[in-house]
Ligand binder design. Structure first.
Ligand SMILES: NC(=O)c1ccc[n+]([C@@H]2O[C@H](COP(=O)([O-])OP(=O)(O)OC[C@H]3O[C@@H](n4cnc5c(N)ncnc54)[C@H](OP(=O)(O)O)[C@@H]3O)[C@@H](O)[C@H]2O)c1
Length: 303
């Protein structure tokens, strides 16, 4: 099933932030962990949401103290059901298995024209729709949004109006770039964006460790050499508009030393990355099955 509109990457700096202010939408967030807190704080800090229009509900409300200290007008909901009754846009920011339990809990209280935005991995729109047959957007955030960088992936179902889709894309656009893609590509896209920071961190670390093994550089020194190099390379690509080919042409000159390393990576890495993507896809499939089975169990239990 295809929900996606054509993919694009708007420049988040050109987003019309003022437009976001005029929204009177009551936005609720269920779950305030690593991603939920990043999204809530990011949107409040950027004044994309008015604190008095934000409600939060989480399992252990003590974690909300710093948020409420900073934004006293943010409301802590009594529970998830009370939150959804007051909101017309709800972000579901829990782990996938918790998400199906939350869906089962709130299904009867969701306003039929609420826009439900789920960031839960491995929980496809069709599974969410079994609990709530309304407007659903699925989102893959990335830790890089903490730096107003990286890409948030989104796809909407047919219940999401063009205006609501634009609003949610603009919100995430305030935290970095956004790309609307076909839900069928979410898993591979997740590898590149949301798993990306961890996978790239491993690459940096292994590069630094190899250097430390073969020299008198300490691991810390090797990291201090490679991390700014990664950051500078990303900026050349992202900000200066360099292409991969330009960088290779400028650095890996034919017959030179860098070319030796580049050739090795070009020969070894396709296999490594093919295996990586296969293994993560397999894991996605396993988690999706567990989540679907739990959804079956919860829905079967209902009268
Ligand atoms: N981490 C990433 O980089 C990343 C990237 C993309 C997508 N995701 C997806 O984003 C989702 C959240 O990930 P995360 O890393 O933010 O997880 P997390 O840090 O474990 O946060 C989950 C939050 O959900 C709360 N919660 C659990 N059950 C709840 C319930 N019944 N009612 C209300 N709140 C409940 C937890 O509360 P307590 O802490 O009090 O238990 C916690 O605040 C996951 O589905 C994940 O797949 C994560």
């Amino acid at each position: 099933m295809t929900y996606a509109r054509s993919g694009y990457l708007p420049d988040h700096n050109t987003m019309d932030q003022n437009r976001l202010w005029v929204m009177n939408t009551r936005t609720g967030f269920i779950g305030y962990g690593s991603m939920g807190s990043m999204i809530v704080q990011g949107l409040l800090d950027k004044a994309c949401l008015q604190p008095c229009n934000v409600l939060v509900s989480t399992r252990h409300p003590a974690s909300l103290t710093p948020l409420i200290d900073k934004y006293p007008f943010v409301k802590v909901a009594k529970n998830n059901r009370a939150l959804v009754r007051e909101c017309n846009r709800v972000f579901l920011c829990t782990k996938p298995l918790d998400a199906v339990h939350v869906l089962s809990e709130i299904a009867g209280d969701l306003n039929p024209d609420t826009h439900l935005v789920s960031i839960a991995a491995c929980l496809p729109i069709e599974q969410i729709a079994r609990f709530f047959p309304g407007a659903i957007t699925r989102v893959v955030p990335s830790l890089t949004a903490e730096m107003n960088s990286g890409v948030t992936l989104l796809c909407h179902n047919s219940g999401v109006s063009p205006g609501a889709a634009q609003e949610i894309e603009a919100l995430f656009g305030a935290l970095g770039n956004v790309m609307v893609i076909d839900e069928g590509n979410f898993e591979v896209g997740t590898d590149l964006t949301s798993c990306g920071p961890a996978l790239i961190a491993v690459l940096i670390e292994e590069f630094a460790r190899a250097a430390a093994r073969t020299s008198t550089l300490t691991l810390e020194q090797a990291r201090a050499l490679v991390i700014p190099t990664l950051s500078g390379t990303a900026r050349l690509l992202d900000e200066r508009g360099f292409t991969i080919e330009t960088i290779l042409r400028r650095v890996a000159t034919p017959g030179g030393i860098t070319e030796e390393g580049a050739k090795l990576l070009q020969s070894e890495m396709p296999g490594v990355y093919d295996t990586l993507i296969q293994q993560t896809l397999t894991k996605h499939g396993l988690v999706k099955t567990t989540v679907r089975n739990e959804a079956d169990r919860l829905l079967d239990r209902k009268p």
